[in-house]
Design a protein around this ligand. Structure first.
Ligand code: UDX
Length: 434
């Protein structure tokens, strides 16, 4: 069976690599020739631990290939997975232009019967539309079906999330498509959930938005904890013993970011609205998250009466550890606001600095040395819980900073340690150490 994967971002490339890893013959298509040459050398265009090794070993085995020649690749494919991006438009709806461009190329170039599998996160009804579009624009006399197969991987653990996924969801409208996808996935030995295409599309949005809702919910509980003298870490611990609640995605912080939660909450809100329904829980999730991003900034502004000419140390800028991705990272609006307030901003991040430079302009000092960033700083903000940040002892802050005042957006330190070390410490959902 010849499998082609279109798009070599997180979803497409990880899908291609993992399908090859279980022994399928896979060709990954990307229109960018330079990227294709790099992937052949085992260099992934995205930062994802373990991905380079899988690309190289399967390329060397001859079962994973890369090409920019989509005409050739699509012509004899049995199955084409689409994993292109579906970014957010200004109104919050999903931008499907990359998906439609691939649908057009498929319609023009397939020469045998083919199953097209959409892995990208798309609004409900898109699979139906893409199938109709391809069928209406076919150049050759072949049969095409479209199936939905949403992706649930997280950045930084994408390989494990794919090879050992909790479930594989397939949305199909025919037994033939179901059997073909089951044959492809049986090697993963993971539960397969079969449903129709619209339900599969909805499972993806509902799953992501539910996780985002959990985070916004716990962030609001944290904010109330601060007001009433409760401790969010103890509260979540106490909640987590109830198996109906669980202990995952209940970490309070400075808000969620990334390429999925912000985009998918807005897309579902938009989709519901477009169908005449206001989805209030998702709307609240989005609003709470926007507000949460500035929680520490506001507290700090009040504490210092503004930031003019202060040395502000920023520890961590990526939306979470283990990735160089800056999409929707809470650090971005915070650093912009600090610069506007006249602060001298010093940024540390182990791998996110290059991407950060493309997102925020202005006078910023960068360093890959935490000590340098903390030296003589008036205040430090923690936005990402990288190991290299959580391993800094509180004593180091006290010794290096001019005034050891820490605003920790990821609750990296124990209150007891902060108290003993003599720093001024503000975190999320816990009492202030002053
Ligand atoms: C997410 C989903 O987890 C994944 O299933 C989906 O396919 C894509 O979106 P990802 O964006 O890679 O994956 O990151 P994730 O680990 O889910 O974290 C997203 C954001 O939520 C991060 O900013 C993280 O810091 C924040 N978060 C996560 C919290 O603030 N608290 C938590 O308890 C968990």
């Amino acid at each position: 069976m010849k499998i082609v994967v279109s798009g070599t971002g997180y979803v497409g490339l990880v899908t291609g690599a993992c399908l090859a890893e279980v022994g399928h013959s896979v060709t990954c298509v990307d229109i960018n020739e330079e990227k294709v040459e790099l992937m052949k050398k085992g260099v992934s265009p995205i930062y994802e631990p373990g991905l380079d090794e899988i690309l190289l070993s399967n390329y060397k085995k001859g079962i994973l290939n890369f090409t920019a020649d989509f005409v050739q690749a699509y012509s004899d494919a049995d199955v084409i997975f689409i994993g292109v991006g579906t970014p957010e438009r200004e109104d919050g709806s999903a931008n499907l232009e990359y998906l439609y461009a691939v649908a057009e190329q498929i319609a023009q170039n397939i020469k045998k019967d083919c199953l097209v599998v959409i892995k990208s996160t798309v609004p409900v009804g898109t699979n139906d539309y893409v199938e109709k579009y391809i069928r209406e624009n076919l150049k050759n006399d072949v049969n095409v079906e479209v199936a939905s197969n949403p992706e649930f991987l997280s950045q930084g653990t994408a390989i494990k999330d794919t090879l050992q996924a909790s479930r594989i969801v397939i949305g199909v409208e025919s037994k033939k498509s179901e059997e073909l996808l089951k044959t492809i996935y049986e090697r993963f030995n993971i539960p397969i959930v079969v449903t129709n295409r619209r339900s599969a599309e909805m499972i993806k949005y509902a799953s992501n938005d539910f996780l985002a809702l959990k985070i916004s919910f716990i962030n609001e509980i944290a904010n109330v904890c601060e007001l009433v003298g409760a401790d969010i870490e103890d509260v979540t611990n106490g909640m987590s013993y109830d198996p109906r609640i669980g202990n995952k995605f209940l970490k309070a912080g400075i808000g969620y970011g990334g390429s999925c939660f912000p985009k998918d909450t807005k897309a579902l809100h938009w989709l519901a609205e477009d169908n005449g329904y206001e989805i209030k829980t998702v709307k609240a999730t989005i609003e709470v998250n926007e507000n949460q991003k500035f929680r520490l900034f506001r507290k700090a502004k009040k504490r210092f009466n503004g930031f003019k000419n202060m040395k502000v140390a920023i520890l961590g800028v990526t939306f979470k550890p283990g990735t160089d991705d800056l999409r929707e990272a809470p650090s971005i609006p915070n650093v912009k606001a600090l610069i506007e307030e006249g602060a001298n901003v010093y940024v540390y991040d182990p791998i996110g600095i290059n991407n950060f430079k493309t997102k925020v302009s202005g006078k910023i000092n960068y360093s890959e040395d935490v000590q340098e960033v903390l030296k003589d700083a008036d205040v430090a903000f923690i936005f990402t819980e990288w190991d290299t940040i959580t391993s800094i002892s509180l004593k180091e802050y006290r010794e290096l900073m001019k005034t050891p005042v820490i605003f920790d957006g990821r609750n990296c330190y124990k209150l007891k340690d902060a108290e003993e070390s003599g720093v001024e410490y503000y975190s999320i959902g816990r009492r202030d150490i002053v």
